[in-house]
Write a protein that binds this ligand. Structure first.
Ligand code: HEM
Length: 437
């Protein structure tokens, strides 16, 4: 097939194209991708995935594959840098995502969720993806950026929304300075300049804040970290990391949650079980629900590494310059790794059936998603609030399929659900939640 067609198959029709190649060519195959027709070698077996994730970070670079995000995320972005620069940035960002920090974010996530779900219409189908997008955006603004001033939030919301919704064509042409004078490219650049102005103003205000040490949001934590030479993160670097967290953490989590609500809505027995867990405070089961939704509906289709030197994977010698991928779609759909793979069965996770390197929605190795714990914490808090407040069902005749949206895959029809408010029970209040700080 010409590389143009292969690239279109990969970018637009990945959910049919990749499994079709797997059926035809077996566990390892390559795709020629535009513009240079360079080979992307696709793996999915757990032992191959392990080799990719454990590969020497000096040889297995991840930043290069994400270069297209450069104009938006900036040169310091954790997603774009490799080698020593990546190691340094990762070390500085990590404490804001460890278990202790995550516990500090949970009450705020719960409060924002409560406000969001309180506005949902009863008995009227709506796209859960839209509501989850609105909610996870609010979480990024208030819990990650730490903005609580209503005036600044009002200023930020439309700017951030336009950044998140940059159309693919605008993305592709962005690298060409000539285009930046015209129509959608000019508007995108103007939006970015304005967004940066507000972010820099927020950083400046926060640096001056007298209560910085008491604040628990991600930005406030990042303002206090120092590297080995005792240097703090500079304004430009902070800006790049904040925009990265926004773009990497907002729609991904919203998509995973909307699929989870859709799956629960389709399956009354699983919905009742998840509610029981929500009311009893059984976090493990709610986490299993999220994990199983992410297995069945991977938000990101694959992770890619660019080889800076020859390497061998699965006994196959690959040259310097090759790109290798761990296919999340294929790894999650494997009958061997996940018996009855098309069935939604969260119990696989609680019953310890899921082996290492077979469930990889967050990638792996030194580049594993830094927000994995954050998104699971957020997801559990959201499911708990939704299920405590409502019965969730899908409208009759609903059939949901994935649709490619830039890098992520989202439910084509927005994962529509119908909710009915639950009556308060005497034993445990279904609206019970951890106290607000
Ligand atoms: C369901 C939600 C999410 C999914 C499915 C997801 C998925 C991924 C994947 C597949 C990668 C690439 C990993 C690799 O190359 O091995 C990644 C990286 C990353 N993610 Fe996430 N992510 C999610 C949520 C988040 C959240 C909530 C944040 C931050 C608030 C975040 C921030 C990042 C960052 C900064 C990276 C780059 C890490 C590095 O290169 O060191 N993600 N994510």
């Amino acid at each position: 097939m010409p590389s143009l067609l292969q690239s279109i198959g990969l970018l637009r029709f990945r959910h049919r194209f990749i499994p079709a190649l797997h059926r035809r060519y077996g566990d390892v195959f390559s795709i020629r991708v535009m513009p240079e027709g360079r080979r992307l070698v696709v793996f999915n077996r757990p032992e191959h995935v392990k080799e990719i994730f454990a590969g020497d970070p000096e040889i297995f670079h991840a930043g290069k594959g994400n270069a297209i995000l450069g104009p938006v995320m900036g040169e310091h972005s954790l997603l774009l840098v490799d080698s020593t620069q990546h190691k340094r940035a990762r070390k500085l960002l990590m404490p804001a995502f460890n278990g202790h920090a995550l516990r500090g974010y949970e009450a705020m996530v719960t409060r924002l969720t409560e406000a969001e779900v309180g506005r949902w219409p009863e008995h009227e189908p709506f796209a859960s993806l839209d509501r989850m997008n609105a909610l996870t955006l609010e979480v990024i603004l208030q819990v990650v950026f730490g903005v609580t001033d209503e005036e600044r939030l009002t200023e930020l919301r439309p700017l951030v929304n336009r950044t998140v919704n940059i159309p693919p064509l605008v993305f592709l042409g962005w690298g060409l300075p000539g285009l930046q004078r015209y129509g959608p490219w000019r508007r995108t650049v103007e939006n970015q300049v304005e967004l940066d102005r507000v972010i820099f103003a927020e950083i400046a205000d926060r640096r001056r804040a007298s209560d910085l040490v008491d604040r628990s949001d991600v930005l406030s934590r990042l303002l206090q970290v120092r590297d080995e030479s005792d240097n703090r993160l500079g304004d430009e670097e902070l800006r790049d990391q904040l925009v990265t967290l926004l773009l990497a953490g907002h729609e991904t989590t919203a998509t995973a949650l909307s699929w989870a609500l859709h799956e629960l809505g389709k399956d009354p027995a699983q919905e009742a079980k998840a509610r029981g867990a929500a009311v009893a405070g059984d976090t493990d089961h709610l986490e299993a629900v999220l994990k199983e939704s992410m297995r069945l509906h991977p938000v990101i289709p694959m992770v890619v590494r660019h080889l800076m030197a020859p390497a061998t994977i699965g006994g196959i010698d690959l040259p310097r310059g090759a790109n290798v991928a761990a296919s999340i779609i294929l790894a999650h759909d494997s009958e061997t790794s996940h018996p009855d793979p098309t069935r939604f069965r969260p119990e696989r996770f609680s019953e310890g059936e899921v082996a290492a390197n077979t469930w990889i929605p967050f990638g792996g190795g030194v580049r594993r998603c830094i927000g994995a714990g954050f998104s699971l914490m957020e997801g559990v808090a959201v499911l708990r609030e939704v299920l405590a407040a409502y019965d969730v069902a899908v409208p009759a005749g609903t059939r949901e399929v994935p649709k490619v949206r830039n890098i992520t895959s989202v439910p084509r029809h927005g994962a529509r659900i119908v909710v009915t408010r639950r009556r308060r029970t005497s034993a445990t209040s279904p609206w019970s939640h951890p106290p607000a700080p």
